[in-house]
Ligand binder design. Structure first.
Ligand SMILES: Cc1ncc(COP(=O)(O)O)c(C=O)c1O
Length: 461
């Protein structure tokens, strides 16, 4: 059973599209030989405008490097056209104002209002966090120097594991070097060929990659649609895992957890929630969206990252001790990878303590979210169904998105283009991420600039 086209995630769609593109390239190469078609300047310009990464996924030839030259040709053209906006070096901490080195004009854009960071509570640069991390750095050195099952596991990791299990109200926790590797190791460690993993169509790439690695059958249900989930669950007899995100990373809406849990339980499917963007922010105690809906105990597996709200790096899986014990053996992305640096674990412990001691930070963030969402919706800006600190501003035009972001950066706001393959084609957007650290004047100024730029470009009234 193939997922229907509109319920397939961008990261999987690319492969089918790329096959079509590969066939087109094959025709061109048959005429011109390996190394790519020699296009006339005019048609080359026209073609290049329509290309993106999906055009360079499959290629003909016998050398694994055959795709590099055609890609490089395009890249030399595409980078100054807008791709340069990805990965420009920041020269300051990810605070509410940042200095960004613009790699096209080679100047530093200073003091931009930062509406792009995952530092949702401003913890990455809190002095107490830096202090304990510095102390740990002095004591333990730079890296863990080993896998967590061999020589890379430190007392600080153990403490973080236990503290987090207590905070999440779960029997046990397993730490991973990144959130990406947590999903990868968890899904591929638990699910097997012949099983079914049914994920929301907007599931993050780490979930999709985990499914691919598990070799379980991948299916995707329409975003937040419990009826579509039921239709797909009904047809399968075997081990089933349903995967959702607490807050969707590109859309900022919440999982329709009550309906999804109800349906999943009726069909004996286990439920995984990835709370990368909602752990430490939602629910009475900050455990996440599962707690927010009063469904914390109904969800079997809880994933989170340390790279967002806690301001560090790393990932975790929380659940029953039997689940964690099993994953200790089978989550290969953890077993065969170095543990997170001990100094990071020290900083994360302090960040976690701040989350517990200062619930007012969450309140401040939610106030900032309410302010920004009202301001943008009142101005007629399309922010979709966002109900969180992740606020997409839809542009939907995969070419113009670059120019919009360039204008925003030059006029004082730091935002990034989000386009295929992070989201589907023609679903380009800029994605605002708010922080509790933002003060009202930052938000007012940021919103004014954003609305001005959108208006000038005909994207809001
Ligand atoms: C939903 C989701 N899961 C997992 C990850 C991966 O987390 P990390 O960046 O910590 O590897 C992300 C990252 O943005 C995410 O949005």
């Amino acid at each position: 059973m193939k997922p229907s086209p509109d319920s397939t995630p961008a990261s999987m769609k690319s492969n089918r599209r790329s096959q079509i593109d590969a066939a087109r390239q094959q025709e061109a190469l048959d005429e011109t030989g390996p190394g790519g078609p020699a296009l006339e300047p005019a048609s080359r310009e026209q073609d290049f405008q329509d290309y993106d990464y999906s055009n360079f996924y499959f290629g003909v030839g016998h050398d694994a490097f055959d795709m590099l030259t055609p890609f490089d040709d395009w890249w030399q053209w595409a980078r100054p056209e807008g791709y340069y906006l990805f990965g420009q070096p920041m020269e300051s901490a990810p605070g509410t104002r940042v200095d960004v080195r613009e790699t096209k004009g080679h100047k530093v854009l200073k003091g931009l209002i930062n509406l792009a960071s995952y530092n949702y509570l401003g913890l990455s640069y809190r002095q107490e966090v830096i202090d304990v991390a510095t102390e740990a750095l002095q004591r333990y050195g730079l890296g863990a120097s080993g896998s967590p099952i061999l020589s890379g596991f430190f007392d600080l990791h153990e403490k973080l594991r236990l503290e987090l299990a207590r905070f999440k109200g779960k029997e046990d926790v397993l730490l991973f070097p990144t959130g990406y590797s947590a999903n990868l190791g968890l899904i591929s460690g638990l699910m097997r060929p012949g099983d079914l993993v049914l994920a929301d169509q907007y599931a993050h790439a780490s979930i999709v990659d985990g499914i691919i690695l598990s070799k379980a059958k991948p299916l995707f249900f329409r975003h937040n649609d419990a009826n579509d989930l039921e239709r797909k669950l009904k047809r399968f007899d075997g081990k089933k895992l349903v995967v959702v995100e607490g807050v969707y990373s590109m859309d900022g809406d919440l999982a329709n957890l009550p309906d999804i849990v109800e349906v999943s339980k009726r069909y004996n499917a286990r439920i995984l929630i990835d709370e990368a963007h909602s752990s430490f922010l939602f629910g009475e105690n900050g455990r996440g969206v599962a707690e927010h809906f009063g469904l914390d105990d109904e969800v079997d597996i809880h994933v989170g990252t340390f790279s967002k709200t806690l301001g560090g790096v790393g990932g975790f899986v929380a659940g029953s001790s039997k689940l964690i014990n099993y994953l200790r053996g089978f989550a290969r992305s953890r077993v065969f990878s170095c543990a997170m640096p001990p100094a990071i674990a020290a900083g994360l412990l302090r960040s976690l303590q701040i989350v517990e001691d200062e619930p007012e930070l969450r309140t401040k963030l939610h106030d900032n979210v309410a302010f920004m969402q009202t301001r943008l919706r009142d101005a007629g800006v399309d922010i979709g169904d966002s109900a969180s600190q992740v606020i997409p501003v839809f542009v939907r035009d995969d070419k113009r998105i670059f120019s919009i972001v360039e204008q925003l950066n030059h006029e004082g706001v730091y935002l990034n283009p989000v386009r295929y393959p992070a989201v589907g084609k023609h679903r380009s957007r800029v994605r605002i991420s708010l922080s509790a650290a933002h003060q009202r004047p930052d938000l007012e100024e940021g919103a004014d600039i954003l609305i001005r730029v959108l208006r000038r470009n005909g994207l809001c009234p």
